[in-house]
Design a protein around this ligand. Structure first.
Ligand SMILES: [Zn+2]
Length: 256
């Protein structure tokens, strides 16, 4: 007998603030692609919201970098203090929750997430069509850098591959267009990162599915592809932990 699907409210909450999922939900997620996709979708929206809203990314304080470096060092238990954390949307959700989750909260949350998703997907559509204006001749996105993605020699064995284009769209906004082939089903879900090899800083761009995918991610303003020169796709367990799992499936260097 198939178990009933996970409550979307519960999945959305887990994506927003890392609320632990029940044993039953976790067990169900491990076997249900639909619910796993739902969770990945919620996480993608939250990640995009956080990344896009945080201008502090341009000049992160040294303490933030130290925390990031500590986080990715093998054996470290430090929680990620990513410069991507904390966006306007998330802050407002948290403040509502701190007031004791008033009645209607769980009905309200999916609406907020859906609205955010609409904004994000709307933005993607605008990117795909070359701009937000109804101009009949929109400028084509300009490729700033590109990377070929392949399995790591000492990483996960995969037949998958990919290409990433770091572009400036018609509105002058930075985007990363990811094109993947033959990605096997993830153990958990696939997360896309930009990594600065000099500072070990990393930025979560969002999630991507298995198989062949073409996904466009907004890149936070001020991120230089010469610095954040590594595109990395990791397999993340469904454990609510926002840190990089250290299980990289594909990786490549952006050539400017
Ligand atoms: Zn399900």
């Amino acid at each position: 007998m198939p178990q009933q699907h996970c409550d979307p409210d519960v999945l959305a909450m887990a994506a927003v603030d890392g609320t632990d999922l029940s044993e039953a939900d976790r067990a169900h997620l491990a076997t249900c692609a639909q619910c796993a996709d739902d969770l990945a979708g919620f996480r993608s929206v939250v990640a995009v919201g956080r990344d896009s809203a945080d201008v502090a990314l341009v000049t992160p304080p040294p303490s933030v970098w130290e925390a990031v470096q500590a986080e990715i060092r093998p054996g470290s238990d430090a929680r990620e203090t990513s410069p991507t954390a904390g966006g306007a949307t998330v802050t407002s959700l948290d403040s509502r929750r701190e007031r004791g989750r008033p009645a209607g909260w769980t009905r309200w949350l999916p609406v907020g997430v859906a609205a955010a998703a609409g904004a994000v997907f709307g933005g993607l559509v605008m990117s795909a069509t070359g701009g937000s204006s109804p101009s009949p001749a929109p400028a084509a996105p300009q490729v700033v850098a590109q990377a070929q993605l392949a399995a790591l020699s000492d990483g996960v064995d995969t037949i998958g591959s990919g290409q990433a284009l770091f572009e400036k769209d018609a509105d002058g906004k930075d985007i990363l267009v990811l094109d993947t082939e033959n990605l096997e089903q993830a153990s958990g879900y696939y997360q896309v990162w930009l990594i600065n090899p000099d500072t070990s800083g990393l930025i979560s761009l969002g999630t991507v599915g298995s198989g062949a995918q073409e996904v466009t991610f907004p890149v936070p303003a001020g991120i230089d592809p010469k610095d954040f020169s590594v595109v990395d796709i990791s397999d993340e367990p469904l454990d609510g932990d926002p840190n990089h799992s250290k299980v990289s499936v594909l990786r490549g260097k952006l050539e400017v």
